[in-house]
Design a protein around this ligand. Sequence first.
Ligand code: HEC
Ligand code: HEC
Length: 395
Amino acid sequence: MAKKINILLLSAAVLLLVLNACRKETPVTGASSPTLPETPYNYVNHNFLIGNNPFFNQPENNQLTNEGATLGRVLFYDTKLSLNNTVACATCHKQQFAFADNTKGSVGFESKVTPRNSPAIINAGMSNGYFWDIRTSTLEEQALMPVKNHVEMGLENLDNLEIKLRKVDYYAPLFEDAFGSAEITHERISMALAQFMRSMVSYRSKYDAGLAIDFANFSALEKMGKDLFFSWEMPCQSCHSGENFNGWGTSAANIGLDDNYADNGMGDLLANQDPAYDGMFKVPSLRNVAVTAPYMHDGRFTTLEQVIDHYDTGVKKHRNLDYRLTVDGGFFFLEGDGGGNGIPIIDPIGGSGSGEPRKLNLTETQKRALVAFMQTLTDYELMRDPKFSNPFTAN
Ligand code: HEC
Ligand code: HEC
């Protein structure tokens, strides 16, 4: 008898585990109709980062509206945007990972795997360059590229996309609300997707809360990490600068991951096949970085500790290695009061020309502190905000 109960308990525990595992990974389906709130969610006026922000990259003809972003949300989660109705944008850009993916490469519509790691879509409205090689400069232009991509969604002909969506009954009213008429065009599809992505603003991290109160909410370790990160003795903030920790969104660098890169990033772009750009990739935002593993354009590192180890001792002597990671570029001369409050004068590329990688010689505590600081950049509100969630799963 006792044995039977034990087995029962065990099966119940296993069932619970399975159920929990399922709940974590919400399946993306486009088969049903979306469930949307009576009054649209507020996507427009929710924080200081939007609106007066001079870095908010929003075209005149596609201003963010609640109705536009609502349509964008449905499109973002709809598998009908792929050739065989299996893949949505959200398949590779998952809310619980700050709209990144938790795999090295992401699986597209024919089970093919993307050669690069799916980046988080974070404060994309405050960036001017998209993709790891910065090959596009507006979200409107970017949004339909994955739809056409033969690995990602496979709908190469945009006329077919329009024909397909015109047959889906829930779209006409959503287009009407967003654009004033029910007409479905690929331009409107990209505009709505761009609006939704622009509304995904991350500004509710522990770090943001700390800014207002002199970081009284930080632990000693987190404070130490913050001070290290922002110290000019360290190279981090010279690239991951600005309120998005991404060099304002158009910076790129070679950080010496390899002697020879298999994927040369900007150097491989047809328009600019120039060896001077080999191994250069976009400087990614560090907001939410604790939940966007694996890291780098190819997802080679699985933990933040490994990333820190790379910067500490692992940087390779690539011919395009960014000067900020070399022994020559590691020093910043401060103009001003000399007490660290001046304007940094950065040695031009090459410094004295050795290109020799710099070792940071961090202690174990300093490494832990840097990781702890990066963890304060996580915005849990964003990841559970219903307005960014999957409208195809009843909520
Ligand atoms: C099969 C996986 C997959 C799907 C589906 C997918 N993406 Fe991506 N996405 C990626 C990968 C991988 C990259 C990086 C590609 C590169 O840099 O070359 C990326 C890059 C991006 C970026 C650039 C982010 C940045 O800051 O540079 C945006 C924005 C984006 N995708 C939006 C979308 C939208 C919108 C859709 C749906 C229409 C979509 N993605 C569908 C995998 C995917
Ligand atoms: C020379 C500019 C530069 C400097 C200095 C720099 N980074 Fe980076 N960082 C980059 C670039 C570029 C990438 C992406 C590289 C790639 O994928 O090839 C990156 C990637 C990262 C990533 C992975 C992010 C992701 O989403 O994959 C983390 C974490 C990171 N850097 C933290 C740091 C820290 C901490 C420091 C200081 C110790 C630092 N970086 C210094 C340019 C820089």
